[in-house]
Design a binder for this molecule. Structure first.
Ligand SMILES: [Mn+2]
Length: 246
């Protein structure tokens, strides 16, 4: 079975407080292109798909009617992230075993940290965001906020606090039971292989499709062969133009 894993879209209401930054049709065309080209059997959205810390589901739906219709018309799987934990059609995690007995485990990954993994931590976070929304017109206060949650680098927009060994050790704990663990949440596209408990183990992170990025994982669940997708709105546009030129 070929699966496509995408995560951390943070679909919002397209105001300047959000980070989605995708045109609905452009995103749908990109997903459909990959489904066709690679014969994808199942698309799995691994959490933080809807930015429900900042907006209600209805607000998001109203701002993205084509995309939300596309989601409901297709048989996609949605896994809960810390930003859309209240979503009523998503599951906590996904586990399946292939015909060779290899176990593949997929979850968003916020349970690795207290702030996002506990009810109290998330409530504090949500309260902070509601305050921030009120002051988002102030450049001065927003500058302070961006200094606090500083990105590790300006190109990949990975928050400093997410680039830690914490998620690697959490993945390693899960790998005691599974052969392949796929997390998201950190917005950092990565893959690690290791021999652990006498078996080859793999930890992948599907990165993020926010801020105009298109990152994810394509995987054949039988062979566990995979490919990391790393594109941007611009690179997609450029390759389309090249195709037209030919
Ligand atoms: Mn998250």
């Amino acid at each position: 079975m070929n699966i496509l894993i995408l995560s951390d879209l943070h679909i919002d209401t397209c105001d300047n407080f959000g980070t989605f930054q995708w045109d609905e049709m452009e995103l749908i065309m990109q997903i459909e292109g990959i489904r066709d080209t690679f014969n994808v059997d199942k698309v799995i959205f691994n959490g933080d798909i809807f930015e429900m810390q900042k907006y209600t589901y209805d607000e998001i739906k109203k701002a993205n009617p084509i995309l939300m219709r596309y989601f409901s018309d297709n048989n996609f799987i949605f896994i809960k992230g810390n930003h859309d934990i209240v979503c009523d059609f998503s599951v906590e995690h996904l586990q399946f075993t292939n015909s060779h007995g290899q176990s593949i485990y997929i979850e968003h990954g916020h349970n690795a940290d207290w702030f996002n993994g506990s009810r109290l931590g998330r409530a504090i976070g949500k309260f902070g965001i509601s305050l921030l929304k009120k002051v988002s017109h102030s450049r001065y206060l927003m500058d302070i906020y961006f200094k606090i949650v500083a990105f590790e680098d300006q190109i990949n927009h990975i928050p400093k606090s997410y680039n830690t060994i914490k998620y690697l050790s959490y993945a390693l704990k899960l790998l005691k039971e599974h052969d392949m663990v796929i997390l998201s949440h950190t917005h950092k596209l990565e893959s690690h292989h290791t021999y652990y408990l006498n078996k080859k183990k793999r930890y992948l992170n599907s990165g993020s499709c926010s801020l105009g990025r298109f990152q994810g994982i394509l995987m054949d669940t039988e062979t566990l062969k995979y490919e990391l997708i790393k594109e941007t709105k611009e690179s997609i546009k450029n390759s389309r133009q090249m195709a037209y030129a030919i």
